[in-house]
Design a protein around this ligand. Structure first.
Ligand code: SF4
Length: 512
């Protein structure tokens, strides 16, 4: 048996006094990421942020210290202001960054939500430019993709544009019916009133109209309408005003959440319940280079197609230049986007629908009556159908989307499909077959296909998931950032910007 006299412990004296107090500087490892983050933020020009302080009153915590603490908190997946406050008191890295300052959670929150408003993007761009100068980022070649992040909003507090419209129309219709009824029983009393335009209603007009009806029916025996009139008097004007306010908040959106009115209901990828439930969220688009986030934008539109142009406009605003090469998946392959990219002389390695299917050998072998397979005579502008009939042009149909972009669809029709043996496989229309061809889009697709199948295109296609999708993976899986903590466009843009900045700085710190 071992003698207890052989056991030796290291010295443990909690109350031991030191001649000199230990320095935090000595306690932090030389190559620790906190030092890199500290150095990078020390090099930033924070004048725009400093200008946001009005002066006077009590002294403020230094914005450089606050920014370091906040960014380092995001690097460590600490997103709650109370947890940041705790870290400043407990963690030597935070103590070192804060130089023993101890801002509380309210101060941290005010700095994040208000002080950084309108200036954070500039700070982010400065860091990107540093990374460009050090050769970590190439602004010429970028990869674009988007992800939806759940808002800090209740799932069940939705307002739908269609419902608002329906309720408004309901009030209009019932008011009109009530007016007609009043006219039928109190024609004389209403004979002096001006005719009412029920298409142009507002709360005041509704209130006045109900008042007029009420006065006209005052002495009439109208038991069955009395209850409705009382309800209308109490509710309709107020409700109509509420629906108008909701319409204003909605803007061009289909929905919003009452707890975060800037959040829109959209289908999220990570649908754990697998029930396709829509959740309030934001669609964030990023462009990346070498897995660093170069630019980020926030969109209400759940579809990626409409986000490419505003994203690149923001890119241009931040860097006064546009990339030379852009790679994106099929979600961005629209005529409007291809045209924009061509006009801006950006090589578009952007897939379109069916690009992958086209590359599939089996699909190539299947007989197809699709218009893409039909012979087209460009000089004389006609198609030839599978039976060899000429399909002559019968017109052009123009459609304009909400951005004002106009598409032209050229219509070609076969001359006689009656008794054609191929009809069952060719088309289902009762008339002679008509095809709608978008020549411009076809040209853009052919150009994109050439680029995508080139050697450079193959490289970009294999790099895209590694470059941009890996960033989303890191943010959602490693950084556990799957739900926003702040509400409203401006605040969520700061928050997501902090997430991307912390991603960039940690990646840089690991390579520095
Ligand atoms: S159905 Fe009409 S369009 Fe189709 S192959 Fe026959 S003739 Fe041509």
């Amino acid at each position: 048996m071992q003698s207890s006299t052989n056991i030796r412990f290291k010295n443990y004296t909690q109350q031991q006094l030191s001649l000199l107090p230990p320095s935090l500087e000595e306690l932090i490892e030389e190559n620790h990421p906190v030092r890199v983050i500290n150095q990078v933020i020390d090099r930033l020009d924070l004048q725009p942020l400093i200008k946001k302080y009005k002066g006077g009153g009590t002294s403020s915590y230094h914005p450089r210290m606050m920014l370091k603490v906040l960014v380092y908190a995001y690097v460590n997946n600490i997103y709650s202001s109370r947890k940041i406050e705790a870290a400043i008191k407990e963690n030597i890295h935070f103590m070192w960054l804060a130089a023993f300052n101890r801002p509380d959670h309210n101060t941290i929150n005010r700095f994040r939500s208000d002080r950084l408003k309108g200036v954070f993007k500039e700070i982010f761009t400065q860091v990107v430019m540093m990374l460009v100068e050090s050769g970590h980022i190439d602004l010429q070649k970028v990869y674009l993709d988007g992800t939806k992040i759940e808002a800090n909003a209740n799932k069940y507090t939705f307002v739908w544009s269609k419902s608002v419209q329906r309720y408004k129309n309901g009030i209009k219709k019932q008011l009109e019916e009530l007016w007609q009824y009043a006219e039928s029983v109190a024609k004389e009393e209403l004979s002096m009133e001006k005719p009412i335009d029920f298409e142009k209603l507002d709360a005041k007009k509704i209130e006045n109209t109900i008042e007029t009806i009420n006065n006209a029916l005052k002495d009439k025996p109208i038991d069955k309408k009395k209850q409705k009139l009382n309800y209308a008097k109490k509710n309709w004007a107020r409700n109509y005003e509420k629906y108008q306010e909701q319409e204003e908040i909605l803007g061009e959106r289909n929905s919003y959440s009452k707890t975060d009115t800037d959040a829109t209901f959209m289908r999220m990828k990570d649908d754990h319940m697998k029930n396709g439930q829509l959740k309030a969220g934001y669609n964030f688009q990023i462009s990346t280079s070498n897995q660093y986030v170069v630019n980020y934008t926030n969109h209400h539109n759940p579809t990626d197609t409409k986000t490419l142009i505003p994203h690149l406009e923001e890119f241009n605003k931040q860097f006064q230049t546009l990339p030379k090469e852009l790679t994106a998946d099929a979600g961005y392959g629209s005529e409007e986007n291809y045209e924009y990219l061509e006009n801006k002389e950006i090589e578009a390695y952007v897939k379109y629908n069916y690009f992958h299917m086209e590359q599939h050998k089996k699909r190539k072998a299947t007989p197809d009556f699709h218009q893409d397979k039909l012979y087209y005579n460009e000089q004389e502008d006609y198609y030839v159908c599978p039976m060899g009939q000429r399909m002559h042009k019968i017109g052009i149909r123009k459609t304009t989307n909400e951005n004002g972009f106009t598409q032209e669809l050229h219509l070609y029709q076969a001359q006689n499909c009656n008794a054609c043996p191929l009809r069952g496989m060719c088309h289902k229309s009762k008339k002679n077959r008509i095809i709608q061809v978008n020549h411009k889009l076809k040209r853009y697709k052919a150009k994109a296909k050439n680029l995508l199948l080139s050697e450079k295109g193959k490289e970009h296609r294999s790099q895209r998931p590694v470059d941009v999708e890996a960033v989303f993976g890191n943010i959602k899986q490693n950084k556990k950032f799957t739900r926003l903590n702040l509400r409203g466009n401006e605040k969520v843009e700061i928050e997501i910007g902090l997430v991307y900045l912390s991603h960039n700085l940690l990646k840089y710190a690991r390579t520095a």
